[in-house]
Design a protein around this ligand. Structure first.
Ligand SMILES: Nc1ncnc2c1ncn2[C@@H]1O[C@H](COP(=O)(O)OP(=O)(O)OP(=O)(O)O)[C@@H](O)[C@H]1O
Ligand SMILES: [Mg+2]
Length: 286
C-alpha cells in the first residue's frame, strides 16, 4: 500500500491565549489523487486545519499541540516549514499576499528558481504552465494590473509549477466574482485529471462539489462529517452545522419529501436533468 500523502493522528490544537481548542482530536488520512472539499461554519477550524498541513502549526503559531501530522510519511514537527513548503503548496484567499514579482512570467519562474532547478527546466516548466493556465498573453503584465480572477489564476499557476505533493487552497474564491470562481473550479478540475492531491476550503459548494471526491465538515474544531459528496451532502441535518447545501441537492431532498426518489443522487444540474427526463419518459402519461 502506498503511503498516504497526509496522515493526521489524534490532533488537538489550542491557540495560545484561547480558552477552547480550534482543532479537537482530529484523525484522517488523505491518499494521492483525492480532492478533498473542506467546509463548516465560520470559526469551525478550517484554516487551522490548513495550517496543520503546511507545518505553520506547530512551528509558527504558539499554542498547545498534541497528536501527530505526517506529510508523505514525515512528522511535521521534525522538519522546518520551508522544507515542507516544497511538498505542500498553498493558495490563499487574497492573492495580493502571494504575488511578489514584476510580471506573471517572473512570478511563475520565481518559485522554480527557489527550488534550485536548472535554467532549462525553469524555462520549460514556465512555458508549459503559462499555456496550461491560459496566462500566455498576460506573461509580461505586472500582477497589480491583473483582475482578481487573473491574479488568483497566477497564484495557483505559480504553486502548481512547483509540483507540490499536496495543493492546499484556503477559500481561494472568497474575493472573486461568480464567473471567476467558476473558472478557478475548471482549472482545478483539470488538475484533478492529472491526479494532483488537493485540499480546498470553500463555502461555494455548488461550484466545487462536482470536482470533490470527498467532503469534510468541521464544527467547533471537530471533524463531524467525512465521506463522498453523495453521502455527506444528502444529510438533511447539514444546515444545522452551518453548511449551505447545494441547490441541486436541496431540490432532490424536496422531491424525496414528496415521495419522488431518483435512482442516483445527482450532484450537478445536468445529471439531475438527465435523471428527471428519463424518469418522465418512463411514465405512462396517456
Ligand atoms: N491566530 C489565532 N490566534 C488565536 N485564535 C485563533 C487564531 N486563528 C484562529 N483562531 C481561533 O480558532 C478557531 C478556529 O478558527 P479558524 O480560523 O481555523 O476557523 P475557520 O473555519 O477557518 O473560519 P472562517 O470560515 O471564518 O475562515 C476560532 O475560534 C478562531 O477564533
Ligand atoms: Mg478560515
Amino acid at each position: 500500500m502506498p503511503e498516504p500523502i497526509v496522515d493526521i493522528q489524534n490532533v488537538t490544537f489550542k491557540y495560545a491565549g484561547s480558552s477552547a481548542p480550534a482543532i479537537v482530536d482530529v484523525s484522517l488520512q488523505i491518499k494521492r489523487g483525492e480532492v478533498v472539499l473542506v467546509t463548516g461554519a465560520s470559526g469551525s477550524g478550517k484554516s487551522t486545519f490548513c495550517r496543520l498541513l503546511n507545518g505553520l502549526i506547530p512551528h509558527f503559531y504558539e499554542g498547545e499541540f498534541s497528536g501527530c501530522v505526517f506529510i508523505n510519511g514525515v512528522d511535521t514537527r521534525t522538519i522546518p516549514v520551508y522544507v515542507l513548503s516544497k511538498d505542500v503548496g498553498l493558495v490563499f484567499q487574497n492573492p495580493d499576499n502571494q504575488l511578489v514579482s514584476l510580471s506573471v512570467e517572473r512570478e511563475i519562474a520565481f518559485g522554480l528558481e527557489n527550488l534550485g532547478l536548472p535554467r532549462e527546466e525553469i524555462i520549460k516548466r514556465t512555458e508549459f504552465i503559462l499555456k496550461y493556465f491560459g496566462l500566455d498573453r498576460l506573461r509580461d503584465v505586472p500582477p497589480y494590473k491583473l483582475s482578481g480572477g487573473e491574479k488568483q489564476r497566477t497564484a495557483l499557476a505559480a504553486v502548481v509549477a512547483m509540483r507540490p505533493l499536496l495543493l492546499v487552497l484556503d477559500e481561494p474564491t472568497a474575493e472573486l466574482d461568480p464567473m471567476s470562481a467558476l473558472q478557478l473550479a475548471l482549472m482545478l478540475s483539470q488538475l484533478r485529471e492529472m491526479e494532483t492531491t488537493i485540499v480546498i476550503v470553500e463555502h461555494r459548494l455548488d461550484v466545487f462539489t462536482p470536482l470533490a471526491t470527498r467532503i469534510l465538515v468541521f464544527s467547533e474544531g471537530q471533524l463531524v462529517r467525512d465521506g463522498p459528496p453523495e453521502e455527506v451532502l444528502f444529510d438533511s441535518n447539514l444546515s444545522s452545522l452551518g453548511v449551505s447545501t447545494p441547490r441541486v441537492v436541496q431540490l432532490q431532498l424536496k422531491l424525496e419529501e414528496l415521495g419522488i426518489k431518483l435512482p442516483i443522487k445527482a450532484l450537478t444540474v445536468s445529471s439531475l436533468v438527465d435523471q428527471l427526463s428519463s424518469a418522465v419518459s418512463s411514465l405512462d402519461l396517456r
